[in-house]
Ligand binder design. Structure first.
Ligand code: SAM
Length: 209
């Protein structure tokens, strides 16, 4: 069973306790691979406390816009506070809503399709990643950049860490078996993949159609 654990207490401690020494590698690979250009509009799905935001805001520059969508008001509040101490030159909008809800996605898009979308450690928290992707593709322009970063059980020499990885995912409310990149990859041209942390961190970046 997946439980929403992203209330005020989690939000306040998230950046310290979410395991960035393990998980930062995913965002460090994915954001540059999107190849963002000045003036673009990017959607960060399940943006949480905004750990992707500095790199995204730098990528789109002062004329670009990053929209962070998250269903947790507490996580968005932390992202908003961090923005107050300036994280990058781009414009930032934070929208509260469910990424599976086409209405929330339309509100995030505000009438203009996105040039890129990124979801880091967020799609595996949703019960229907394929449904989310169908809704999200409705607010992307053809040729948009797509990045999915998520988790799987470690394998091979790292298999000993699988119980730890499962515990981390369970604590975060993620389904370690969801493999959400699998539903997105067939829709991408020029997909690139990275596997890190013994198979625990998976990165997929490509172009939508
Ligand atoms: C593990 S955190 C990841 C946050 C951030 N992307 C990162 O890389 O640190 C998952 C985030 O996804 C959000 N989330 C989960 N399900 C969601 C949904 N259906 N719609 C919007 N946000 C969701 C949670 O509120 C939480 O902030």
């Amino acid at each position: 069973m997946r439980v929403d654990r992203y209330g005020a207490i989690t939000a306040r401690s998230y950046d310290l306790l979410s395991g960035e020494p393990v998980y930062a590698v995913g965002r460090r690979l994915a954001v540059p691979a999107l190849g963002l250009r000045p003036g673009q509009r990017v959607l960060d799905l399940g943006c949480g406390t905004g750990l992707n935001l500095p790199a995204l805001l730098h990528g789109v520059g002062p004329t670009g816009t990053v929209v962070g969508l998250d269903r947790s008001p507490a996580m968005l509040e932390v992202a908003r506070r961090k923005r107050a101490s300036a994280t990058g030159p781009g414009r930032l909008r934070l929208v509260q809503g469910d990424m599976a809800d086409p209405e929330a996605l339309r509100e995030a898009a505000a009438g203009l399709p996105f040039d890129a979308v990124i979801a880091t450690y967020a799609l595996s928290l949703t019960p229907d990643p394929a449904g989310v992707w169908r809704s999200v593709s409705g607010v992307l322009r053809p040729g948009a950049g797509v990045a999915v970063v998520d988790m799987a059980p470690p394998t091979g020499a790292a298999a000993w860490a699988a119980p730890l990885a499962r515990l981390a995912c369970w604590l975060g409310g993620a389904d370690i078996g969801a493999c959400p990149w699998v539903v997105v990859e067939p829709e991408l041209s020029r997909p690139r993949r990275w596997v890190r942390r013994g198979g625990h961190v998976r990165v997929l970046v490509g172009t939508w159609r």
